[in-house]
Design a protein around this ligand. Sequence first.
Ligand SMILES: C[S@@+](CC[C@H](N)C(=O)[O-])C[C@H]1O[C@@H](n2cnc3c(N)ncnc32)[C@H](O)[C@@H]1O
Length: 366
Amino acid sequence: MSKSQADNITMSEGGLYSLATIGAKDVIDLAADRACDAIQQLDLSQNANRFTMADMGCADGGTSLGLVDRILSELNDTNPDITSSIIYADQPANDFNALVSIVHGRSSFDTWMNRHKNAFPLFSGASFYTQAAPENSLDFVFSATAMHWLSQKPCNLSNHVHMVGATGDEYAQFSEQARNDWETILLHRSRELRAGGKAVFANFCRDENGRYLGNTEGINMFDTFNEIWLEFLSEGAISESEYHSMTLPQYYNTVEQFSAPFDNPESPVYQAGMRLDSIETGIVRCPFARKFEQDGDVKKFADGLIPTVRSWNQSIFAAGLDPQRNQDDRRTLIEDYYGRYHQRVLDAPAGHGMDYVHAYMTISQS
Ligand SMILES: C[S@@+](CC[C@H](N)C(=O)[O-])C[C@H]1O[C@@H](n2cnc3c(N)ncnc32)[C@H](O)[C@@H]1O
């Protein structure tokens, strides 16, 4: 990924990411049984009582604290002498201050470090598009809600801001980029994992029924993003070129696309000894929409939903604005954009929300 594109993918900072994205934690909690089952299958007897795992694309680390706590507890139950290393990896532009503070207990989050004295966090600025750890050094790799970020944007879209609305050649270019990126991600993990090591990923997907993030029923969240930017365009508030630059560098694979490198004995992934143990899709309801169904508090709904959306797309949209614009102008446009989305939810809340649609998979390295 070029530096400028990579730098634009940043989550909300200062620990706000984990506070705003309760749903992302629910996704990780849903993957926890799968992760612990995979770890139980590891043969750690050769490792001199060492266990090394990585959480790739960890953001501020808050959403996976509970998972790491459970993994360490289960490991200690079977092997009280075990020493563990937890590598927290994210791209260099990530808010590492927040990550270190949260993991080391200098925040309101309850960290596993309070309970596990023989486990040590390590922090890495490595992208998952590179080898992030030495060869044959990891027992387990975890990643949630991160690998949909492409290594680069293959093109800007003419009629939408996301590949879920792309068609024709533009869709084909995104699909080809995603196919290459998935292979790259897997080949690097293949090098890092020890023989017998496992990976568990919870990756955004398009499921068997065509559902994806924010598009399970009711209003399509990505169409809303697009409609609001088109309003700005038709009002002359942004230019054509700014609208096109809003294209998000993301791709949501289908189960078939995730499985393809493992199904083909000729593929470099298969030849590197990686196997897909299992894959299934699952939906985590938007916590804000669920709460709204219970309490009917539309203001609370809009006040919760918009920050969770902003937490992951504001940096991309802001970077799409013309660099010649001054700071005040940029800030006003971005505030107006999310203000308009907020107003839409207030005016007609039914059908809004951001249900999470993931493919949960376990991969083995032979
Ligand atoms: C939505 S957050 C997910 C955070 C956390 N895993 C969770 O599930 O709550 C996506 C994370 O992926 C990171 N990310 C995006 N591209 C990456 C890359 N190429 N390598 C490592 N991390 C990346 C982002 O910086 C961000 O922290």
